[in-house]
Write a protein of this length. Structure first.
Length: 340
């Protein structure tokens, strides 16, 4: 894939206010999701659940790309069609999570470094053969007493840039995900400061490593209050500080910003995205949500194949709400109770 194809793929994922379904939960993470609804996590139950999402009628109107986990990319629908083909036939671009997780950073208690660069070139070649056209690598930046350190921020930015360069070499669009966590008790202003430094180092390293920014997508956190903060910022404050931060640190060459939900509730993630788009910027401002697209569908399904249609309706509704928010056209009155 040449540079133009990388540019075209990145743009296609976020065209027409579409976003990304993050269905790349690791085996351990999806077990926690299934535990919450009392369903055993087996290869078949995971396959069936992902099939339910990917075959939802009309999901392609709101979803431009789907991030898959290694196991899922190798699985097929009930009729034997590989999931990558199921998605591509609907005009949805298949992607793949390629990092091997965040691990303790040596010498820096409470901080993480994402691993997975060893052998990545060969894995990317295989994933491309399996149908993946974009990839994802998540760096985790925690806020706490004296953290994040410059060492943690720079090490993660460097790894993101090396991953991105390898992806582009393989003809795969890299999603660059430097996530500042919202788990602490910090104010929105502290999140702004940490996100600013994280983005500054990330783009510095991308440029140093020769990454073509027009063939990437950025998957960042919103600038938001920590979960434990006594004063939670309004959607308007989140939007104002998020756009201010990104206008300062994200080059206009980036073809799209797809926000992560980071533990926000379904409606909160939609409301904040809508407020962000009321201000806007030089890039499409869209979504790459996991739980914030799936939570309702997961609970409606509850492991019962008889609930599949209702679960698909719940997923389609959330996807549509977020596509409207990506256009700045969502309102709370559009939220419909999901049919039982």
């Amino acid at each position: 894939m040449g540079a133009h194809e990388l540019h075209d793929t990145a743009q296609a994922i976020v065209a027409d206010h579409k976003g990304i379904l993050a269905a790349d939960e690791s085996t351990g993470t999806i077990k926690k999701r299934f535990d919450s609804i009392g369903v055993e996590s087996t290869e078949e139950s995971r396959r069936f659940y992902r099939q339910l999402l990917f075959t939802t009628p009309g999901m392609e109107d709101s979803i431009g790309g789907v991030i898959l986990y290694d196991e899922t990319l190798r699985q097929s629908a009930g009729d034997g069609t590989p999931f990558a083909e199921v998605l591509a036939s609907k005009g949805v671009i298949p992607g793949i999570k390629v990092d091997t997780g965040a691990h303790d950073q040596a010498g820096f208690p409470g901080e993480k470094i994402t691993e997975g660069l060893d052998g990545l070139r060969a894995r990317l070649e295989e994933y491309r053969g399996l149908g993946a056209r974009f990839a994802k690598w998540r760096a985790v930046i925690a806020i706490g007493d004296g953290i994040p350190s410059v060492a943690c921020t720079r090490a993660n930015a460097h790894a993101l840039a090396r991953y991105a360069a390898l992806c582009q070499e393989a003809g795969i669009v890299p999603i660059v995900e430097p996530e500042v966590l919202m788990d602490a008790d910090n104010t929105i202003e502290r999140c702004y400061d940490v996100t600013s430094r994280t983005l500054k180092w990330t783009f510095h390293e991308l440029i140093v490593q020769g990454v073509d920014l027009r063939g990437t997508l950025l998957k960042p956190n919103m600038v938001i209050s920590g979960k434990g903060c006594a004063t939670q910022a309004s959607a308007e404050q989140v939007a104002e500080l998020t756009i201010q931060c990104f206008m300062t640190h994200v080059p206009a060459a980036v073809p799209g910003i797809v926000f992560l939900s980071g533990g926000q509730s379904e409606v909160e993630a939609t409301e904040n995205l809508n407020a962000i788009n009321h201000i806007g910027g030089p890039w499409p401002l869209s979504f790459s949500y996991g739980r914030a697209l799936q939570a309702s569908a997961l609970h409606v399904w509850a492991g019962d194949a008889g609930n599949a249609d209702a679960a698909q309706a719940a997923f389609a509704q959330r996807a549509r709400m977020n596509a409207l928010a990506a256009a700045g056209e969502w309102s709370a009155g559009m939220e419909q109770p999901v049919p039982a």
